[in-house]
Ligand binder design. Structure first.
Ligand SMILES: [Zn+2]
Length: 313
């Protein structure tokens, strides 16, 4: 764009400068978004299209409970028009530091700060809070992105927030969200059909990261490999899980690559359940879009369930 433009206006340098500024406006008008996790970075890209420029604060598959507020992130906060995170205290250990040190008052609160999990109802809101219970999320389970219905609600709110921050393109954000939602809704029915055989299945998960997926697909969480949220599995806790898994006919043990497979494999060897490693965020193992993340997760669960049934019969 600039090269062609320079050739056109080289004879009149003064006019050229003026025109150059006008021409440069569309790209510099992009909303600069810093997403705490790739699921929200991906949603922003899918809704905002060319109107947004997205950077992620964490890598795909990284543990969003623990991210370093490193200098390069502070620089990105400073430049951002929006910081887009899960909220509901998921990033409580690092996001406040980042926002305080980022010297950008616009993103410390709404509209520049958008917290996805706080746009929807959350599961597992604790009745009482006791530090002895481990790293409990006081505002309920923040890991909402594996429920596509909640993601649709979030996408609508996000498009409205984009419209608020960039009113010139308000119609475009709404239209893009609508088109995205129509395509996404069609896929939800496919996923639900593919996952029909998983309904009612009892599972054990590493952390309570899968609660929304299980709730959506009608699967039941019997327990976690973590003895308490945020604490690694212990021999004593695993021993109680062997009994529980048999009593409650647990079919699968779900974990993420960052959890490692030690505890899940250990339990799988001693019970009729099978361990299955699942991607959690877009960008992990070829799951480039939110849709491909859901497809992969459901395909892995279904395949693991089938293989497990064959092995145990
Ligand atoms: Zn958590």
């Amino acid at each position: 764009m600039n090269t062609r433009f320079e050739r056109i206006c080289r004879p009149a340098q003064g006019l050229c400068l003026l025109l150059l500024m006008a021409v440069a406006t569309p790209s510099s008008a992009q909303l600069r978004i810093l997403a705490c996790e790739t699921e929200w970075g991906q949603l922003a890209t899918e809704i905002g299209g060319d109107l947004v420029q997205v950077k992620n604060a964490s890598a795909p598959g990284q543990d969003a409970h623990h991210i370093q507020a490193r200098p390069s992130l502070l620089a990105q906060v400073r430049r951002a028009d929006m910081v887009l995170c899960t909220g509901a205290e998921l990033e409580t250990g690092w996001l406040p530091v980042l926002l305080n040190r980022g010297s950008n008052p616009a993103v410390r609160q709404a509209p520049g700060l958008f917290l996805a999990a706080e746009q929807v109802d959350r599961l597992e809101i604790p009745v009482t809070l006791d530090r002895a219970d481990g790293d409990v999320h006081a505002m309920g389970n923040p890991h909402v992105h594996l429920d596509p219905h909640r993601v649709i609600t979030i996408s609508r709110q996000l498009a409205e927030r984009f419209a608020q921050l960039d009113p010139d393109n308000a119609d475009a954000y709404r239209q893009q969200q609508q088109a995205w939602q129509t395509a996404f809704e069609a896929q939800i029915s496919d996923w639900e059909a593919q996952a029909a055989s998983l309904k009612g299945l009892n599972v054990i998960t590493y952390h309570r990261t899968w609660s929304y997926l299980l709730d959506w697909l009608g699967m039941n969480r019997v327990d976690e490999l973590e003895p308490k949220p945020g604490l690694p599995p212990t021999p004593g806790h695993l021993a109680t899980l062997v009994r529980k898994a048999d009593e409650q006919q647990v079919g699968l043990i779900l974990y993420r690559p960052i959890n490692g497979d030690d505890a899940a494999s250990w339990l799988a060897k001693r019970t009729a359940a099978c361990a299955v490693e699942l991607p959690f965020s877009p960008g992990e193992e070829g799951t480039n879009t939110l849709a491909s993340l859901y497809s992969t997760v459901i395909q892995r669960l279904s395949t693991a369930r089938e293989q497990c049934l064959q092995e145990t019969t």
